[in-house]
Write a protein that binds this ligand. Sequence first.
Ligand SMILES: *Cc1c(COP(=O)(O)O)cnc(C)c1O
Length: 396
Amino acid sequence: MTNQNGRFGVHGGQYIPETLMNAVIELEEAYNHYKEDAQFNRELTDLFNDYAGRPSRLYYARKMSEDLGGAKIYLKREDLNHTGSHKINNVLGQALLAKKMGKTRLIAETGAGQHGVATATAAALMGMECVVFMGEEDTIRQALNVYRMRLLGAEVVPVKTGTGTLKDAVSETMREWTSRIADTHYCLGSVMGPHPFPTIVRDFQAVISREMKAQLMEKEGRLPDAVIACVGGGSNAMGSFYHFIEEENVRLIGCEAAGRGIDTFETAATISTGRLGIFHGMKSYFCQDAYGQIAPVYSISAGLDYPGIGPEHAYLHDTGRAEYVPVTDEEAVEAFEYLSRTEGIIPAIESAHAIAYATKIAPVMEKEQIIVITISGRGDKDCAAIARYRGEDIHD
Ligand SMILES: *Cc1c(COP(=O)(O)O)cnc(C)c1O
């Protein structure tokens, strides 16, 4: 799906300073070698199975399906992975690759802290040094994850530039990589940034749809009618879509964070409100102001609070192969509460965006039809914020 220069249609590419060219070329060469290497793949599969807890379950949500009265609903349980989300899939892959390349140090950006915690985890496991860049604002909002990263042996660097949030952390990590390439790998957290990152991250996350397909074949003997996942940068969605892209009868639906609504300025819905631009090393769609500056974005969910979307999603949107729909804070919070009480599963507020959209379309689908929703992570981290949203203060 990607050509030589990492293009997805007009999207993707490598819009980076000259000083980073050697680093991305070295990474691409190493990746092209190791992705075909039997030993590398054996080691990664062992890490997935024995350390991360794969394969993740595909669970038939009977009560939810009966309650909505339409399509059968299955949940792909990435929330059951070690560290509580899909992020570990990508991080284990990149950390192993970096180690094979002789790197001894991992650097990463993080927003809510989920990717930072996963990277610090892999670094501890593999005996590597780890530095995580995090917007200063986020270090305050997510103090528990800062503690976790430090406990795991990582250094956390608060980023004071810009709005002190995720996009500034990405910029700072790229800057750090530019200044120290020899021993350092930038473990990027989503299907974004300059080529080859969108492809590497997608390939490591594609384990989600590979398992989904096999598990549903075993349970139902057929493919799903729709696969639904939430989209921040787009890694859990890309991983959930990948092995279904060629299966044209499977609807692929990405749920973006609309925040307070796509007709307000407090939104992070890139496909609904963004325009073509170049940022963080890639061409894609971005939320921008009238002058083409990256706009401040907002969502109740810190993991979806990013002003761009991965270039392969932008391409799937352009070609119409995947649909992207906005889901508001209020709809996501209702879905968070709904899944908790209906199935006894507390989802991440990010994943709740996908659940919310499923509750809209399942009732108007046939009983023989099947929806798979990716539960990208668990919701323990969100309980205090959702309680606050509902007017209850429970201190986190
Ligand atoms: C980080 C995160 C996301 C958003 O990232 P994508 O790259 O879009 O998958 C979604 N869900 C959870 C639980 C996350 O931690």
